[in-house]
Write a protein that binds this ligand. Sequence first.
Ligand SMILES: C[S@@+](CC[C@H](N)C(=O)[O-])C[C@H]1O[C@@H](n2cnc3c(N)ncnc32)[C@H](O)[C@@H]1O
Length: 250
Amino acid sequence: MTETSDKTTHFGFTNVPEHEKAGKVQGVFTSVASKYDVMNDAMSMGIHRIWKDAMMDWLAPRPGQRLLDVAGGTGDISFRFLERAGEGHSTVLDLTESMLVEGRKRAEAAAMSESLDWVVGDAMALPFADNTFDVYTISFGIRNVTRPQEALNEAYRVLKPGGRLMVLEFSQIPNDMMQKAYDLYSFNVIPRMGQAIAGDRDSYQYLVESIRKFPDQETFLSMVRTAGFENAKYRNLTMGIACLHSGWKI
Ligand SMILES: C[S@@+](CC[C@H](N)C(=O)[O-])C[C@H]1O[C@@H](n2cnc3c(N)ncnc32)[C@H](O)[C@@H]1O
């Protein structure tokens, strides 16, 4: 007999049993996969590219490094990492197969398939041995994970000693006026754009709600430290709309 916990968690602004969240998240990303890259550019007016480049600037990839790009989706972070490193390898892991399918198409078009592996899996239970990777990234992924602390613990486990964690995620704007303006945009415009471009309003409603449920910069920093990471720091991007957290496994 399978035991299921009666604990609940948030799925956007709705409360759901914990064991149902991953399936719902998978539903969202299966639905948007083929339009995901186009929607990212439209919703953020291209700014997500600047944030991802800022992630690479801080990460400073080096030749020969082995990256694990969790919740890697269509591969934006892995492609950037490999281009900056010159040579290296990336394993893209994601819960949603359709997102990886889109990523694989991009890798083939860019003749980068040999440097990439695509793995379906859950950030909370990584199918890799301890001390395997030089770098672990998760970009706009961890807020969708049912228990983010477990994902951070897993990141620590699979990194080699000396390995680096880098998280890119939406965060909280430490200015009420700016936060209100941003909320007006995200709650009114993004779901409508989702309907117009991807034919899916509900998935984009979930995405904006999930941003508001994610912990603020300091709370997330303490979670990174709890997982065991040292020299943990963060940098706000665009006034805190997004944020980078970095930590080292010493
Ligand atoms: C917003 S997309 C981010 C994709 C890519 N990293 C980027 O920055 O463009 C979020 C991704 O997280 C994946 N995801 C959500 N929960 C996950 C989990 N528990 N484990 C692995 N991937 C997960 C989704 O399937 C989706 O592809």
